[in-house]
Design a protein around this ligand. Structure first.
Ligand code: PMP
Length: 284
């Protein structure tokens, strides 16, 4: 596999980052994952905009322009012959001469940028056919979940808690309401209405979420942006999650409760279909 590091395309074994890199020492960095369908990038613009915002919130200077970023994404997809999967991108505050809590001067410490591709079956993922199970856990992340940082330890622990309980994923709960999944946004459907938590600093502003809600409204579906509890989710007709690499995926079990018939619901399946159709058409 060919990866991109600070201006160079290299075989992955030759790609290197300093041990002083603040991404490594302090999780001082942000990332994006853009999905690839038919060798093309899905919603690159949305990911580029969110990246810019994440960097801005943390005062990290981007080492590349959005146009350069697009060329690097495309070049990497080409060099790796990627037809379906994702491009992972990470920018960190770089590698100062020594470890220090204070941010280094960006003039002398340029940010580090790394990209690599991942092969994955997206459109035909088996989990989309069966649906997934989730457990509910307390949300113990920091209070700026709107910034897509590489600080992913708690979500990783949540995934492991799910695994230990025989489930596929975890939904995190704060003050009695579901925030989001470990790596996706969470939704329920009741009486034909799609319900998902409103945007704030409490959740990541999913790029897939924005597209799916827009498509739902265009298809005359009713959407309500508000928090919901696990109890409400247990009584829902359907539940689902969205993310760049899973698109729309049904949730058929929450803790011990089966949702609806225990199979992917009609609305989630319809949204998945129209999202994939549009993504294929608009990918660049
Ligand atoms: N919430 C969290 C916590 C995530 O990690 C992700 C995926 N990175 C999402 C939501 C979904 O965002 P997107 O649709 O942009 O992939």
């Amino acid at each position: 596999r060919i990866v991109y590091v600070n201006g160079d395309y290299l075989p992955e074994a030759e790609a290197k980052v300093s041990v002083f890199d603040r991404g490594f020492l302090m999780a001082d960095g942000v990332y994006e994952v853009t999905s690839v369908l038919d060798g093309k990038l899905v919603d690159f613009e949305g990911h580029a905009k969110r990246l810019e915002r994440s960097l801005g919130e943390l005062d990290i200077v981007s080492p590349v322009t959005t146009d350069e970023l697009l060329s690097i994404h495309r070049e990497l997809v080409k060099r790796n012959d990627l037809t379906e999967g994702g491009v992972y991108l990470q920018i960190t505050r770089g590698a100062p001469a020594d470890r220090d809590f204070a941010f280094p001067d960006p003039e002398t410490t340029p940010s580090t940028i790394v990209l690599f591709t991942q092969v994955k079956n997206l459109a035909d993922a088996p989990a989309a056919r069966t649906g997934i199970s989730v457990i509910s856990i307390e949300d113990r992340r920091w209070a700026r979940r709107d910034i897509k940082t590489v600080q992913l330890l708690y979500p990783s622990m949540g995934k492991m808690m799910a695994k230990a309980a025989g489930a596929d994923d975890a939904w995190m709960v704060e003050d009695g309401l579901v925030t989001e999944g470990t790596s996706n946004n969470a939704y329920i459907v009741k009486g034909g209405k799609i319900i998902t938590r409103q945007l704030s600093n409490d959740i990541l502003h999913g790029i897939t979420r924005a597209a799916v809600l827009r498509l739902a409204k265009e298809a005359q579906m009713e959407v309500e942006e508000r928090g919901f509890s696990v109890e409400e989710a247990r009584e829902a007709d359907e539940a689902f999650v969205t993310s760049a690499t899973t698109f729309v995926q049904s949730v058929v079990k929450i803790d011990e409760a089966t949702i609806g018939e225990g199979t992917p619901g009609r609305i989630a399946l319809r949204l998945r279909e129209i999202y994939i159709d549009e993504s294929r058409k608009k990918a660049i």
